[in-house]
Design a binder for this molecule. Structure first.
Ligand code: NAD
Length: 423
């Protein structure tokens, strides 16, 4: 374990997370002591572990699991596989998870994990070996009452199945509640795969209810994986025009709307967007961020809108599917221009919300129907959205980001105060 101190490099996700925290803390009038408690990381686990590759050689990988704050309950957060993931990123993502769980009212604290690997550059067997080896490393610090991982960028239901299996066999019996985002046939929840994208749709419908909902709106979606791909498909099915979409290699534009449903079915079948032959002009992926649309959905990764491109961002409404896609300076510039931002800790909370439902089902050995999952998801997200909007309206010049963090921080402080010395 490393000493759990919060520091940050400029332009890192952690820098954004800390700046956002202090902006909200200024509004709340938090004392230095409370800031120290809330910016401290409960534990930082860092490991280097060898994995046997297909040719019989061994490669050493770096992995992290960060526990931010456990005042409100067991820790919850995804595991990211990416060649670019750093300890600072994982710390930022863990802190955002704390506020996210609190703002939606879930009984969890915030955690996150990552392995420095490009999952597309290794074989399926190597991916399984790596996952099982990493799971063995973090087995002492995870568990259904301690810390419950889930998928994030570069991981999926199959990775969660391997994690659940490895953890379970270490204990001698099956423990489905140790991870969420599992395949439905292994105790995963109906609706979990779509949950983050569906949450974005529900929040947009609520936000735009006096403006005709999403029907007929022009949309740009940056990132075409679990969050962006599902969101694009659901938005198209709800009557929106998805004019722009992209993955890391290819952007596509069509003025009448790209067929997001067909494009995502193609990608889900294991192929890449660049090979899809549907209608639309091929453009650079980052041009999607500058699209002249009603709604921009950044749904790929952190810090894609920064001081370098913010002047070219034209959408009047941005809903953050990804965590931390807007850097702090760009956030200030967009706010000054009157752009509405539905912030990540609220916007993409659908994933962890249905993860919570999955955990509850696993603990009760129950299985909910998809309609029940979606109805409860809509209820929790709508309640959270209304509370955030009410808070922003009560205060002066308060953004939805500040209001979300304000509510999240306030709830964590309340739990900390009620509990006393621990956790
Ligand atoms: P994913 O791996 O399924 O998909 C990521 C997508 O982004 C891919 O289409 C990839 O090609 C694209 N991408 C990567 N780099 C890009 C770049 N430079 N430019 C354009 N596109 C790029 O990941 P995901 O699960 O969809 O996660 C995306 C974001 O949403 C992350 O910030 C993640 O933390 C956040 N998030 C995910 C969930 C979830 O349930 N999966 C929940 C909440 C938040």
């Amino acid at each position: 374990m490393l000493p759990a101190v919060a520091s940050s490099e400029p332009n890192s996700a952690l820098h954004s997370a800390l700046r956002q925290f202090h902006a909200a803390a200024d509004r709340i009038g938090l004392a230095d002591q409370q800031r120290d408690i809330l910016t401290a990381f409960k534990a930082i686990y860092q490991t280097r572990f060898p994995v046997e590759m297909d040719d019989g050689s061994f490669r050493v990988f770096d992995g992290y699991r960060v526990h931010h704050n456990a005042a409100r309950g067991p820790l919850k957060g995804g595991i990211r596989y990416s060649p670019d993931v750093s300890l600072d990123d994982v710390k930022a993502l863990a802190m955002w998870m704390t506020w996210k769980c609190a703002v939606v009212g879930l009984p969890f604290g915030g955690a996150k994990g990552g392995v420095v690997v490009d999952p597309r550059a290794i074989s399926a067997y190597e991916l399984e070996n790596l996952t099982r080896r990493f799971t063995a490393e973090i087995t002492p610090i995870i568990g259904p009452d301690k810390d419950i991982p889930a998928p994030d960028m570069g991981t999926n239901a199959q990775v969660m199945a391997w994690m659940m299996d490895t953890y379970s066999m270490g204990h001698g019996y099956t423990i489905p509640a140790v991870v969420t985002g599992k395949p439905v046939s292994l105790g995963g929840s109906e609706g979990r795969y779509e949950a983050t994208g569906r949450g974005l749709l529900y929040l947009l419908e609520e936000h735009l209810q006096d403006a005709g909902g999403v029907r007929g709106k022009n949309i740009a979606v940056h990132g075409f994986g679990n969050v962006g791909g599902v969101a694009a498909r659901l938005l198209q099915q709800a009557g929106a025009r998805v004019q722009y979409l992209c993955d890391r290699d290819t952007g596509i534009f069509h003025p009448q709307g790209v067929d997001a449903t067909a494009a995502f079915a193609f990608v889900e079948s294991g192929r890449v967007l660049a090979d899809w032959d549907g209608a639309g002009e091929r453009i650079a992926p980052d041009a999607v961020l500058e699209a002249d649309v009603d709604i921009l959905v950044p749904a790929a990764l952190e810090n894609v809108i920064t001081a370098a491109n913010v002047d070219r961002v034209r959408a009047p409404l941005i809903i953050e599917g990804a965590n931390g896609p807007i850097g702090p300076d760009a956030d200030d510039a967009l706010t000054a221009r009157g752009v509405t931002i539905i912030p990540d800790v609220l916007a993409n909370a659908g994933g962890v919300t249905v993860s919570y439902f999955e955990w509850v089902q696993a603990r009760q050995y129950m299985h909910w129907r998809e309609q029940q999952v979606n109805d409860e998801l809509r209820r929790l997200l709508t309640d959270a959205y209304r509370a955030v909007v009410a808070r922003a309206m009560q205060a002066q010049d308060c953004t939805l980001r500040e209001a979300s963090q304000w509510i999240g921080i306030e709830r964590v402080i309340e739990a900390t105060t009620l509990r006393g010395i621990f956790p």
